[in-house]
Design a protein around this ligand. Structure first.
Ligand code: UD1
Ligand code: LIP
Length: 440
């Protein structure tokens, strides 16, 4: 029962799952190579992960599994929920890390902490790294059982992480209780760092490690022209807080102005009920001719190359969305909302345009400004690509994480620099305005 229950021994995931991007990667740039030079910490870390979907947090985890060995870290995983993650890691034949499983029968099933303790003993892990309230509870207990430290990765503001208020409340409580005894917290954005400190964490124990993605730049044959057709892409596991309804309303406004703007909906719906609501809305707004339904894809870069701008109209609850960084890596401008960590990556008029959340008029204005040529698409596309490569690479994220490990374990050359950001992202983040934190 200890580990490696095969994925087939689980019931299948109850909602659609997302799988990782295939590698369209370029070689690391010189600056990325430099990131690796002086930090080798020789440590074995066990990530305690949910493992249910393959969405944003899991994408971060798999990039870490792939990149942390560059810094002398062996990063393995234990999944506490049945689902997609073990299968994805298996496809990569352990090059992204070994994947154990220790399923919880309920949110409070503490037997999993004993499984984790046994894994620590059997494989010699020196540090636990948790990513959700559920896994924080397990890591916190297991850390006491086997007397090794644990760190926590804050991916989203847990009190408004979903549209389910009850789940949010429970997760908020679990996170709060579990964090006593946590050695260090990593937040995926500066907005989450400030929020985490405001909730009571000691400033010296919280470090921003901005999310990062591989550098990709699929070849593009066609470039959008003012007055021509513009294809927007929304890439997400579609759930209410992503704000798909808002962009549908904006599209209806643009259609009334005879602007030729099409939306490709890329990604699965979390529930059939939500899909039906969206279909009904498309019908009511009479915009079916402006919608292309792509569904889930395991080749996001191939979709991004068909897209003239990524649109992400999030209402609340974001950390630093991976799809924003993935679009920038593919030199696709981003039209998003001014929520949480998103403005740390995208500036209004720089790498894209920022609208107010829940405001279809504001979003329609941003889209109109891009498609009418008020902003030069090529300039914006280059700015997006440049900013991702300089500030939000997968290696910078792994480096920042390794620095935190070095500090907690008291190991390694280099170590964590004093200050609120990890080395990989300090300069990039410091010059950016901070997102207003939504209080949904
Ligand atoms: C509820 C929650 O925990 N949200 C967090 C989650 O993001 P969340 O999962 O909500 O969204 P993201 O945009 O970060 O990630 C979605 C991922 O799914 C992939 N995809 C999407 C559609 C598709 O068809 N195929 C596919 O592979 C995308 O390429 C992307 O890598 O992790 C992010 C990264 O730390 C955080 O900023 C968010 O706050
Ligand atoms: O609340 P929980 O059951 O542990 O798990 C939840 C996941 O199933 C969900 O995919 C994620 O978006 C939430 O942040 C949370 O982690």
């Amino acid at each position: 029962m200890l580990e490696n229950l095969t994925p087939s021994s689980f019931a299948g995931p109850s909602v659609p799952v997302l799988v990782p991007m295939p590698t369209h990667m370029e070689l690391p740039s010189q600056s990325q190579k430099d990131l690796k030079r002086d930090l080798q910490i020789n440590a074995k870390v066990l990530h305690v992960v949910n493992g249910e979907h393959f969405a944003g947090a899991e994408r971060v985890q798999s990039h870490l599994g792939r990149c942390l060995p560059e810094f002398g870290v062996t990063a393995d995983f234990v999944c506490v929920k049945p689902g997609m993650f073990p299968d994805v890691l298996a496809e990569h034949n352990r090059s992204w890390g070994r994947c154990h499983t220790a399923p919880m029968k309920s949110r409070f099933d503490m037997r999993t902490a004993f499984h984790v303790r046994d894994l620590v003993k059997a494989y010699g892990y020196e540090l636990l790294h948790a990513h959700t309230p559920r896994t924080a509870l397990i890591a916190s207990a297991a850390s006491r059982l086997c007397r090794i430290p644990w760190v926590y990765h804050v991916h989203s503001p847990v009190a408004r992480d979903s549209a389910n208020a009850w789940n949010n409340r429970i997760n908020h409580f679990i996170e709060k209780v579990s964090l006593y005894g946590c050695s260090h917290l990593m937040t995926v954005s500066e907005s989450l760092r400030l929020e985490t400190i405001a909730k009571g964490a000691s400033e010296s124990k919280v470090t921003v490690v901005h999310n990062g993605v591989p550098t990709i730049r699929p070849k593009r044959d066609q470039f959008p022209q003012p007055g021509g057709r513009w294809v927007l892409g929304m890439v997400a596991l579609m759930r209410p807080r992503k704000g798909l309804e808002v962009v549908l309303e904006s599209l209806a406004m643009l259609k009334a102005e005879a602007l030729d703007v099409v939306l490709r909906i890329i990604g699965p719906f979390e529930t059939e009920a939500y899909r039906s609501e969206i279909e009904e809305m498309i019908h009511r707004l009479d915009i079916a001719d402006r919608i292309e339904r792509v569904g889930f894809t395991n080749d996001v870069p191939a979709e991004l190359v068909k897209t003239d701008a990524l649109v992400l109209p999030s209402l609340f609850g974001e950390g630093l969305p991976m799809v924003v960084l993935e679009a920038m890596a593919a030199a696709v401008p981003v039209i998003a909302t001014r929520v949480e960590g998103t403005p740390e990556a995208v500036t209004d008029g720089g790498e894209g345009l920022l609208a107010e959340p829940r405001d279809p008029v504001s979003l329609a204005k941003c889209i109109r400004e891009l498609v009418s040529g008020k902003f030069d698409w090529v300039t914006m596309s280059e700015a997006a690509y440049k900013r991702q490569t300089e500030c939000f690479s997968d290696l910078a994220m792994a480096r920042g994480t390794a620095e935190v490990y070095a500090k907690v374990l008291g190991k390694g050359v280099g170590g964590l620099r004093e200050g609120k950001h990890s080395e990989g992202s300090s300069e990039c983040a410091a010059s950016r305005p901070l997102a207003a934190t939504s209080s949904d």
